[in-house]
Design a protein around this ligand. Structure first.
Ligand code: MN
Length: 490
């Protein structure tokens, strides 16, 4: 879905000095490169221009700013391109920017090389001049160096494109809040005006009563169709079809309301289910599997981040979901976190086919047992992500994790669960996370990388903290202290 309406623009730097013959060669090669790269990248790379003048560059960047389809620009200098020609254009750039420092040819041809060859193939020279200006302008940008036909280079460009799509999705983000923040909880709060200025998010509330009215209007035929879909995707492990049908009713109503308003994320709270029989469980889970973001207890920040990471993942809806750190296994040698939620864990994290079960839910005002998907999370490397409001700025915290198949079956746990070890080890990882102020709610992702989140944070111009296998609490404290000073100066 994302791939159909998104594209990136390839802008190649040059100048008039070389004569038309050289410019024609550059033009032909740039077109070839964009076409070849489009075959392997997740989004089209559209060759726009081999730019020779300030006016051409300024016009192209102005066009990029106003194009709905253009998500970002990728620049490269086949020849030398004097960077004063780029100042007016780049100073007005409002889209993500990647500098691909590559070269058309892989090898220096021993026999063929002469001064004509050198003048045509001087990216080593031109890309340095180009890079200086972006540094001088303090532009947020991604620099990727390497041969354009090499798979690892293409993979890095692809990953950056997905992060840039995360920027576009962020700027379009609308979050539907059903009910307010859970009473007295701090970390899920935030400045919605600041978030809209910085990240583009429109975060607004709709009455639970309006949702109940929408639920009442859902037809039996609509419910039958959705239950059929549940049956095709999940194993039905309950006789309580009424509960499954009730969740379908909730899902259909929430989806209708969100689609009508153009929202791709929502939050709700068990403290406000006024007029509803059950907290949406299966309903929220199945909505997440379709790419909608979700945050419980009114957590609209994690909800929007879930939708953004999903859009950044494989195929525009990757294995990312709302998560909560619940409890620890602190046995020496096998220390793990157990993550879950009351109900709402996205089935994109599941190792196997999820089961639909119904169980009593004590918390909140559930008059009936809500249906939910129960499964174990996949094993493998991943990240957890938390966006917090530091008062005056936003901080994005990312921690590397290693997920494992849960080490015990936990047959009486009635919810989906994921087990992992945070880097650098469980207890040091917890110390770092708590020192940085990370929330109990996170987005857990198997296919968005920490580098992509760093790119995203840079493009959104917010603080980024990464807890890795090499992080120590001492180094982290110092980093946070220095960042605090830097962000106060901004
Ligand atoms: Mn929670």
């Amino acid at each position: 879905m994302e791939a159909k309406r998104r594209e990136f623009w390839f802008i190649v730097g040059s100048q008039d000095l070389y004569g038309q013959q050289v410019l024609d060669i550059v033009d032909g090669r740039a077109r070839e490169m964009a076409e070849e790269l489009t075959k392997v990248l997740p989004y089209p790379l559209v060759y726009k221009v081999t730019a020779r003048t300030n006016q051409e560059i300024t016009e192209t960047i102005r066009e990029a700013n106003f194009s709905d389809a253009c998500v970002g620009i990728i620049t490269w200098c086949h020849t030398f391109s004097p960077s004063k020609m780029w100042i007016n254009g780049l100073a007005s750039l409002q889209k993500p920017y990647c500098h691909l420092a590559t070269q058309y040819n892989r090898e220096i041809p021993n026999e063929e090389i002469d001064m004509d060859f050198m003048n045509l193939n001087q990216a080593a020279h031109g890309d340095r001049e180009h890079g200086f200006l972006a540094a001088r302008l303090r532009l947020p940008r991604k620099v990727i160096a390497g041969y354009w036909k090499d798979a690892p280079v293409q993979k890095r460009v692809a990953d950056w494109m997905k992060a840039a799509v995360g920027v576009a999705v962020s700027r379009e983000m609308k979050v539907m809040r059903f009910g307010d923040n859970m009473r007295d909880v701090a970390v899920t709060e935030g400045d919605k005006v600041e978030v809209q200025i910085q990240l583009g998010w429109q975060v607004n509330t709709w009455a639970v009563g309006d949702l109940v009215k929408e639920m009442e209007a859902v037809t039996e035929a609509e419910i039958n169709a959705l239950v059929k879909e549940y049956e095709s995707r999940y194993e039905i492990a309950t006789d309580n079809m009424d509960s499954i049908r009730y969740q379908a009713r909730e899902e259909i109503a929430m989806k209708k309301m969100m689609d009508r308003e153009g929202c791709r994320a929502f939050s709700n709270t068990f403290q406000d289910l006024y007029g509803m029989e059950q907290l949406p469980g299966l309903a929220s889970q199945h909505l997440m599997s379709q790419g909608y973001g979700y945050g419980a207890e009114g957590d609209w920040k994690v909800s929007a981040m879930t939708a953004i990471l999903k859009a950044m993942g494989e195929g525009g809806n990757g294995a990312s979901g709302f998560m909560e750190d619940y409890t620890y296994h602190l046995v020496e040698g096998s220390e793990y976190s157990l993550g879950a939620h009351m109900l709402e864990v996205c089935p994109s994290l599941a190792a196997d086919k999820p089961r639909i079960e119904t169980h009593h839910l004590g918390i909140g005002m559930n008059r009936k047992d809500p249906a939910r998907l129960v499964f174990e999370g996949k094993s493998g490397p991943g990240i957890v992500v938390s966006l917090i409001d530091m008062g005056g700025r936003l901080r994005l915290i990312v921690q590397d994790i290693e997920c494992v198949k849960p080490i015990m079956p936990m047959p009486n746990l009635p919810v989906a669960r994921v087990m992992w070890r945070a880097m650098p080890d469980l207890t040091t990882g917890v110390e770092c996370w708590i020192t940085a102020g990370g929330a109990h709610h996170t987005v857990l992702s198997y296919d968005v990388s920490a580098e992509q989140m760093r790119d995203w944070a840079r493009m959104m111009e917010i603080e980024f903290v990464h807890i890795t296998k090499d992080t120590t609490p001492e180094k982290l404290e110092e980093e946070l202290f220095l960042k605090d000073l830097a962000w106060k100066l901004k």
